[in-house]
Design a protein around this ligand. Structure first.
Ligand SMILES: [Zn+2]
Length: 216
């Protein structure tokens, strides 16, 4: 799951008390931001193992902090607390925390067993990455269905909206069909930061162009 993680952010952004779309984009990928950061330090690990799943050659064999349910819940609480401290809006903070937590459950659908409840086995994952004919349409439908539902409420301008849609599709296409890196390097993390950052920047542009009516 890659761009599909942004689906809960876009659905959540429909709510009048929700944080802004770019903040929710950060929340949706917060544990992956952290994972690629910890990858640089060696605290979490992955390696290239061709064939480990049909769609993703990355063997995510050690990510106890970011991709355990417990770890995700702690990230969710921290993010929610930060939003509450900044806005004093309890509903908005809860929405933000829920979006962070959604990441683990979406990963659970697609990952081969590499997720944990609290950092140690049993490892979990329903493995849709072995079923591209299900995973690919599912991820596209989630992402672009959510974008459409968001746009109906928030009414952003067409150019930023089309740019976000186009870039999300492009990033996913590179992820699915681009060349596979022979090994995991610092560049792997930098590329991930670039992709998440670009998507978030475009979400900010879309947010700035919103013309939704302020609901009473
Ligand atoms: Zn993840």
């Amino acid at each position: 799951m890659f761009i599909g993680h942004f689906a809960p952010a876009m659905i959540a952004a429909r709510h009048k008390d929700a944080p802004s779309l770019p903040v929710l984009f950060i929340g949706a990928q917060l544990v992956d931001w952290a994972f690629f950061g910890l990858l640089l330090t060696g605290a979490e690990k992955m390696r290239v193992t061709p064939g480990i799943s049909a769609m993703n050659p990355m063997d995510l064999y050690h990510m106890p902090y970011t991709h355990s349910l417990l770890g995700s819940a702690i990230f969710a609480l921290a993010f929610g607390a930060l939003i509450f401290a900044a806005t004093r809006n309890r509903t908005g903070a809860l929405i933000a925390a829920a979006v962070v937590l959604s990441h683990w459950f979406l990963d659970l659908l697609v990952h081969v067993p590499d997720l944990t409840l609290a950092g140690s086995p049993p490892k979990m994952g329903f493995g849709l990455w072995n079923h591209p004919s299900i995973e690919m349409p599912l991820e596209l439908a989630l992402t672009f269905g959510s974008l459409w539902l968001y746009a109906k409420i928030a009414k952003p301008k067409a150019l930023p909206l089309a740019s976000l849609a186009g870039v999300l599709l492009l990033l996913q296409a590179v992820n699915w069909f681009g060349p596979v890196e022979p090994e995991v390097t610092a560049g792997t993390s930098l590329l991930a930061f670039f992709a998440f950052g670009l998507a978030t920047l475009l979400a900010w542009w879309v947010y700035r162009s919103e013309s939704r009516k302020q609901a009473g």
